[in-house]
Design a protein. Sequence first.
Length: 301
Amino acid sequence: MQQLISDLQAANIGEIRTNERLAPFTTWRIGGPADCLILPQTKEQVAAVIRFLHERGVPWTVIGRGSNLLIRDKGIRGVVIKLGSTLETLRFDGATVYAGGSYSFIKLSVLAAKEGLTGLEFASGIPGSVGGAVYMNAGAHGSDVSRILKQAEVILDTGELVTMQAEDLQYAYRHSILHTLPGIVTEAVFELQVGDRKEIAGAMAAYRDRRRRTQPGHLACAGSVFRNPEGGFAAKLIEEAGLKGRRVGGAEISTLHANFIVNTGDATAEDVLTLISEVQQIVLQKYGISLVPEVLVMGER
């Protein structure tokens, strides 16, 4: 690994940190160290990093703003890539929006609303990056990325930069082809519609008020933990099973929203994973329904 790090430093492809604790880079504030963390600042550096690692057969992982992500306590082996701030770009061309992969999905929705563009209201409470939203087909309030995405610029695991149309991403509920075709989203193009500013602002205010009343935004968490089962809601099942407030170590099922697990201050990834497993077992026993996590789990067991 030391030789690899020396070669990476010589290649001048972004800031490089070794044995870097990853908890501060996640909204759960949980996670062990990365052997090597690279923070490329440009699209060209991202592509160069990927090509470099591909040629040497070195495994890599990418993280965005760290929402919807649980990193195990032993951390991640190999190389972790975190996109730099220079990929937080945004440009409006009429109703077409060009957003960099690092750009805040929430901020994008707010600025689109100010432009009088509708279609991104659902994103006002999704605390991830544009790249992560494209990867996960992020959604809420009956809408998701697949409804507004036109195309995405992706660096594949060979270092090749390609443009993928929305249909190429094979979207499904909280899923895209990028789950099996490794790549990094460097830019997304969204096709919105011109709308009424007051109506857009009203919808977003209503969503914001509902979140404040029903979600534990003041505590470290990763959003919804489980996918909603067909025809139902994970939170309803968990609450009816009497699991609100259940704790393992520093991890707790939120007393506000049963599909959120919060870090009360000293939770480990193992605490969260144990609590997830207990919820799955109890809900399966009571209702015969298998809850599927929608959070991504990374790292060494």
